[in-house]
Design a protein. Structure first.
Length: 131
């Protein structure tokens, strides 16, 4: 302690300098916080404009995401399996799908996408829903 007193004779100047440095650090933190919050708001706006809700109707053809593929990944294997027909739509976003064997099961609406291709009868099908 005596060495610090010997080297720093002006305690008031050092204390004021330290307080000024802490205030400047708080000011830098405040500017960083406001700029990051502005960036987050801008990115949320862009993300919300980019995302569109998928709307399905009964009779639409859809592809189902195959989540089991992670265990045995194939480099060129598609993660979307077969075509299914929508036979029911719930108000909370779940879909009732029917496969080729006429089995009906319910899936989350986020796990499917519209099928753009040919039906089993050879007619081309294009299903697009825009807001």
């Amino acid at each position: 302690m005596w060495a610090l007193k010997k080297l720093n004779l002006e305690w008031d100047v050092v204390a004021n300098l330290r307080v000024a440095q802490l205030n400047e650090l708080d000011e830098f933190w405040y500017h960083a916080y406001t700029s990051s919050s502005l960036y987050k708001e801008k990115m949320k706006y862009l993300y919300d404009n980019y995302i569109h809700n998928k709307e399905f109707k009964e009779g639409d053809l859809v592809l189902l995401f195959n989540s089991q593929l992670r265990m045995f990944p194939g480099k060129l294997k598609s993660k979307w399996s077969y075509t299914f027909k929508v036979v029911g739509v719930t108000s909370f976003g779940a879909l009732d799908l029917k496969n080729k064997n006429d089995e009906v099961f319910r899936v989350n609406g986020h796990m499917v996408k519209h099928y753009l291709g040919k039906c089993n009868d050879g007619h081309s099908v294009v299903v697009l829903h825009f807001k």
